[in-house]
Design a protein around this ligand. Structure first.
Ligand code: SAH
Length: 247
């Protein structure tokens, strides 16, 4: 048998690894992590089937989750954790929600391509970006000014030109752009803000965590029927940062 030449073998292996990396990474070193996050979300949907009434979320929603680069919505020092299926701090005491919760809320909102959506609580603007992949327009309000400014810059840089961010108290909605097909509240509210019900279109859907701040809230799916009647369904217990503001 011929003696092996470790140096050459090592070199060949290194070249192969380099090739494999460039071949699979497709210019996005986070592509693999993002795909793993989508699998983790799918697993959570299966595990919570009894609450959410289905074993899988809408394929369109899962595809959007697979497209939005979540690592660019977290602080730079947390980028490597950007695809963990968990919430992360984004500064100012606020968080980017857990991917499974973002996916679930988006699924419950049943987004359609022509829909106009309102979000209370822009935060990192990740939820807004996921919605922007699926609807015509997203209007989102954030009460912490630097977060609103950061979200505007981020969405511009990523080319999300169908999202408009405003700094202010989202409790009052955005009357100039109402009525909305979709309303999503991403901060824990003690009650459903009446202005948001008023700004929901007949046939529209709202998802909102309602309950005590700092404790567990119930995620509610509220629907306004064509005749204006309101229905509400509890989906599952969640924990969100509190709704603030002087309303
Ligand atoms: N949707 C966000 C989650 C942000 S956490 C994301 O995808 O990252 C909730 C956000 O709601 C926080 O940034 C908080 O500052 C904001 N918020 C709380 N009360 C608010 C209010 N009254 N009006 C607008 N934003 C509010």
């Amino acid at each position: 048998m011929r003696p092996t030449r470790p140096g050459l073998v090592a070199l060949a292996t290194a070249a192969l690894l380099l090739f494999a990396h460039t071949a699979t990474a497709d210019d996005d070193p986070f592509a693999g992590a993002r795909a793993a996050m989508v699998r983790a979300v799918a697993l959570d949907a299966e595990r919570t089937a009894e609450w959410i009434g289905k074993t899988a979320l809408a394929p369109r929603v899962m595809e959007a989750m697979g497209r939005v680069p979540r690592h660019l919505f977290v602080p730079p020092e947390l980028q490597d954790f950007g695809y963990l299926n968990r919430p992360l701090p984004i500064g100012y005491g606020q968080t980017i929600s857990q991917p499974y919760i973002v996916a679930l809320m988006t699924d419950l909102l049943a987004p359609e391509p022509d829909d106009v959506a309102f979000e209370l609580g822009t935060g990192s603007s990740y939820q807004a970006a996921v919605l922007a992949e699926l609807v015509a327009e997203v209007y989102t309000v954030e009460i912490v000014e630097p977060l609103a400014a950061g979200a505007t810059d981020r969405l511009d840089a990523l080319g999300y030109d169908n999202v408009t961010v405003r700094a202010g108290d989202g409790y009052f909605g955005w009357p100039e752009h109402a009525p909305f097909d979709i309303v999503v509240v991403t901060a824990a509210a003690s009650h459903v803000p009446p202005p948001l019900i008023a700004q929901l279109k007949p046939g529209g859907r709202m998802v909102i965590p309602v309950g005590s701040p700092f404790l567990t809230q119930q995620l509610l799916l509220i629907e306004k029927r064509e005749d204006g009647a309101i229905t509400s369904r509890q989906i599952l217990p969640v924990i969100f940062v509190p709704l603030t503001g002087g309303h």
